[in-house]
Design a protein around this ligand. Structure first.
Ligand code: NA7
Length: 536
């Protein structure tokens, strides 16, 4: 294809992560559509393609963090560890791409610049930065929730004499930090997973922490043959349970308030979750952990006590105890030796709350307390989450309205699947769906299957256009907000709220009604003839 030729398609999918791969498979193989998948990277895997930092690992167990759509795939693939590493997940994504012969319909190295809806022809014209043009009836954005990384808002990065790496786009060839003085900014999941490994290599490691996070030991270990066999024998029941659960990970439903339990009862329950390395078990231990401040505080204090017992230096331990937000309202982490790393003599913590970050200098990082000289700087400073990847494409719907303008005060979407004013555009795990508050694999499959069913139904009815109505979208937004406001999530400055990006509107961007109830809702919408949508 030349740069100026236009490819005629039924569907264009953007993003070759787990969402895009499965979406390509269903549209091409199940519906027989002319579908193409475009991807900015040079390989499949999405977030697992870019986040190659040492220690990167999923904190949903591997036997659950995998596709359910193919029993054969389920049976033939062998996960090796309880929590899968980034290289293993990437191998899995590559295996899926090969096994289902997906690569022949994927274009790598294609970054989409704009997507414009032609109302007369009812088709999307999508243009890549390279100039390649795609003309498609349906446009499916599988661009991921955490795919646009952000640097810290601090001047001077350009004058630093050494390398600066971001965990979210880690060099393909890896980075050797042996014998170096390393400064890490950021203590979210990426920092917490990588810092223990940086500490093994660096001669001096300085961690610049703005907000301490809650983390629990992952308790990672090789998977036993028996547990793999057991899961493989019972996969169908397990998958069904995943789809009706709250977070996409089956755990027993809580029956009691944390405040009704005894102190010993709570300690025992939290200890079980801690020992299992199971975040969901702690988040879901009681009915009110995520809704009542006092109940939540019991879990928060349990983790703080653990931090105090692990970190030797009392001042460092106290600085690492989160107090400014409720447990779970910023994404809690699973780690492998994170807190104990701060007992190593060459590792130190700089508390940016008491000594704020000022600038990056030629030789290192300056806070209000002075300059820290380092050889390499690592930004583990997160992402413009949920909306970043969509807003940076110039998406124009009806009357030339841009998605970025429509979302200037926060994303509004019908079910996290479609946006009023943008016909035939679908978002996989878009804002206002469970997405990042769930096992992404479960939510991805749920959305891909819904979108595929919707396109099939539309086509069977001889229609060419589907669009969410304003009213349905407003009603869904009100529901998402109401459910969110019944929890503690909106009380935190988190990336769920957009508060990690200066100027971003403060809106709770995920749906916390639960994966199971949400699935019922979208299935019901389809069953009622796509209630809330107009089909033309
Ligand atoms: P996160 O969780 O957004 O963490 C980013 C960290 O970087 C966090 O500690 C931030 O502190 C810190 N940060 C961001 N900007 C700055 C500036 N300007 N100065 C100092 N510190 C800063 O991103 P991750 O990549 O770790 O994890 C993302 C998700 O991936 C994770 O939640 C899992 O779902 C998987 P802050 O808390 O904003 O004060």
């Amino acid at each position: 294809m030349t740069e100026t030729s236009t490819q005629q398609l039924d569907a264009l999918i953007v993003g070759a992560g787990f969402a895009g791969l499965y979406q390509l498979k269903t549209l091409r193989d199940d519906l027989g559509l002319r579908a193409r998948l475009v991807e900015a990277g040079e390989g499949v895997g999405g977030t697992w393609y870019w986040n190659r930092y040492p220690g990167a690992r999923c904190d949903v167990e591997s036997l659950s963090y995998s596709y359910s759509f193919s029993p054969e795939l389920e049976q033939e693939w062998e996960w090796t560890e309880k929590y899968p590493t980034q290289p293993e997940i990437l191998r899995y994504a590559e295996h899926v791409a090969d096994r289902f012969d997906l690569r022949r319909d994927i274009s790598f190295g294609v970054r989409v610049a704009s997507a414009v809806y032609d109302e007369g022809r009812r088709r999307w014209t999508v243009t890549a930065e390279s100039g390649a043009v795609y003309d498609a009836r349906f446009l499916i954005m599988a661009t991921g929730c955490l795919s646009v990384s952000k640097a810290p808002e601090v001047p001077g990065a350009e004058r630093f004499g050494g390398p600066i790496h971001h965990t979210g786009h880690w060099p393909y060839e890896g980075v050797d930090l042996t014998g170096q003085r390393v400064g890490v900014i950021g203590t979210g999941s990426s920092g917490i997973q990588s810092i223990p490994i940086f500490a093994e290599q660096a001669s001096e490691l300085t961690v610049f922490q703005r907000t301490p996070n809650f983390s629990m030991p992952a308790g990672n270990r090789p998977l036993g043959t028996q547990e793999i066999t057991d899961m493989k024998e019972n996969y169908r029941e397990w998958r069904a349970a995943q789809r009706t659960s709250g977070f996409g990970v089956p755990v027993p439903a809580p029956t009691m308030s944390a405040l009704e339990d005894t102190e010993q009862g709570r300690a025992a329950r939290y200890q079980t979750g801690w020992d299992q390395g199971n975040l969901t078990a702690v988040l879901n231990a009681y009915t009110d952990t995520l809704t009542d401040k006092a109940a939540n505080e019991t879990a928060a204090e349990f983790v703080r006590d653990k931090i105090r017992s692990i970190v030797d230096d009392p001042a460092t331990a106290e600085a690492m105890c989160p107090t400014s937000f409720a447990f779970g309202t910023k994404r809690p982490c699973l780690d492998s030796g994170y807190y104990a790393t701060f007992n190593r003599p060459h590792v130190s913590l700089v508390d940016l709350r008491s000594t704020p970050l000022q600038e990056i200098t030629e030789r290192g990082i300056r806070t209000s307390d002075g300059e820290y000289e380092v050889d390499t700087i690592i930004f583990a400073t997160g992402f413009d989450a949920m909306t970043g990847a969509l807003n940076r494409i110039d998406i124009r719907g009806r009357d030339g309205r841009t998605l970025a303008d429509e979302w200037a005060h926060g994303p509004r979407s019908y079910l996290g699947l479609a946006v009023s004013g943008f016909p035939n555009l679908f978002t996989v795990t878009g804002p206002s769906s469970p997405s990042v508050l769930s096992n992404m694999m479960v939510s991805i499959e749920q959305h891909v299957e819904w979108i595929t069913g919707c396109i099939r139904d539309l086509t069977e009815r001889g229609r060419t256009e589907i669009e969410a109505s304003d009213e349905a979208q407003d009603a869904w937004a009100a529901h998402v907000e109401e459910v969110g406001n019944a929890t503690l999530y909106p009380t935190a400055d988190s990336w769920y709220m957009g508060s990690n990006v200066p100027g971003k509107p403060r809106v709770f961007m995920a749906y916390i009604g639960g994966v199971g109830p949400y699935a019922e809702k979208i299935t019901d919408v389809a069953r009622r003839g796509y209630e809330g949508f107009a089909m033309t």
